[in-house]
Design a protein around this ligand. Structure first.
Ligand code: SF4
Ligand code: SF4
Length: 109
């Protein structure tokens, strides 16, 4: 999730697993992702809570998908979230963004 267009969406935060290296955790890197919002997978991977549930929804996502959504840890969100569909905020989607939106009945950007 980015901002602008994304604040009326949030679909990718409720569509895919979000995994990243534990070096991004707040316990390791100040300003990182709160450890409490993650589950450990392996020595090299942690996962945002809720993203592997059925249906998936990241624990950090606030609001209603497709209406008004917000990442409650936007400033410290993990790298997969920072890297995802970097032009979506400008209204330019990509395949993964379109797939996430489609899962929630939303048109491609
Ligand atoms: S699915 Fe696309 S438009 Fe929706 S929040 Fe994610 S990046 Fe933004
Ligand atoms: S951390 Fe934020 S941007 Fe990343 S999946 Fe969760 S709610 Fe979305």
């Amino acid at each position: 999730m980015s901002d602008d267009y994304c604040t009326r969406c949030g679909a990718c935060c409720a569509a895919f697993r979000v995994d990243f290296h534990p070096s991004e955790l707040a316990s390791v890197t100040p300003g990182g992702v709160s450890d409490a919002l993650t589950v450990p997978l392996t020595a090299r991977l942690v996962r945002m809570r809720g993203t592997d549930e059925a249906p998936p929804r990241c624990i950090a996502l606030d609001g209603e998908i497709g209406v008004k959504a917000r990442c409650s840890i936007y400033a410290s969100r993990p790298s997969p979230c920072r890297d995802f569909a970097p032009y979506a905020a400008l209204g330019i989607g990509e395949d993964a963004c379109d797939r996430a939106r489609s899962r929630h009945g939303l048109r491609p950007l």
